[in-house]
Design a protein around this ligand. Structure first.
Ligand SMILES: NC(=O)c1ccc[n+]([C@@H]2O[C@H](COP(=O)([O-])OP(=O)(O)OC[C@H]3O[C@@H](n4cnc5c(N)ncnc54)[C@H](OP(=O)(O)O)[C@@H]3O)[C@@H](O)[C@H]2O)c1
Length: 198
């Protein structure tokens, strides 16, 4: 399976890359600053160029997305715009433009996060972005069949607790091994329109 993986060198992307490669996928790793190909998916023109270079793919998998974290009174319109551009529109463009490049029964797997359903202080832009993407995934699924689309919506990663654990008091965590299995379920299974809340 020819699989385009965006954010392949991040914490999540590295784990997804390893698992999909071990399962025999031909993974094309994409990042802004590292990977087989460089692309900033928040720029629709760069996404178009990425698809032009890779040609036809069987799966598009995203482990990317940037949002600002700040107390709500300090958020500016630009911060919310940045969250929309860096996480929501960036991944929507992977789907919208990808329709012309993906196999007839290919799949898109996007990444959202627990803040869509369980807010934390400073996380309003992330909650907005994740919630918007999850609504998009459900809506897109009914229009793109037989192509499929799902979202992986994880808790804070156990492996990221040292960096972010203090922002998620009493919320537990999820191991990257479990998160990568949700990607496998999305890419290799038959489900569509699902949000895998982990
Ligand atoms: N960490 C957690 O505990 C956690 C929990 C739930 C959800 N998530 C979500 O999971 C995703 C990945 O998180 P992470 O912790 O793995 O992040 P990370 O370690 O910072 O890695 C992010 C990766 O995505 C790439 N990337 C970011 N923006 C991009 C863009 N516009 N175009 C292309 N590539 C881009 C980065 O590339 P460069 O380094 O080259 O810029 C990097 O490879 C994020 O959407 C995050 O919100 C994370």
């Amino acid at each position: 399976m020819k699989t385009l993986l965006i954010g392949a060198t991040g914490t999540l992307g590295t784990a997804v890359h390893k698992e999909l490669s071990a399962r025999g996928h031909d993974v094309i790793a994409v990042g802004r600053s590292a990977g087989d190909l460089r692309c900033d998916i928040s720029d629709p023109a760069q996404t178009a160029e990425l698809y032009r270079r890779v040609g036809r793919v069987d799966a598009v998998v995203s482990a990317a997305g940037d949002v600002p974290y700040k107390p709500l009174p300090e958020m500016t319109p630009e911060d919310y715009r940045a969250a929309f551009t860096g996480k929501v529109l960036a991944q929507i463009e992977l789907v919208r433009q990808g329709l012309a490049h993906i196999a007839e029964r290919g799949s898109f797997t996007l990444v959202t996060g627990i803040l869509a359903r369980e807010p934390i202080p400073t996380g309003s832009a992330a909650s907005m972005a994740n919630g918007a993407l999850e609504a998009f995934v459900r809506a897109a699924a009914i229009e793109i069949a037989p192509r499929r689309i799902n979202a992986v919506s994880p808790n804070v990663f156990t492996e990221s607790l040292a960096d972010y654990g203090s922002y998620f008091p009493g919320m537990g965590s999820v191991g990257l091994d479990e998160v990568t299995q949700a990607y496998v379920r999305s890419v290799e299974g038959g489900q569509t329109g699902q949000v895998y809340a982990l």
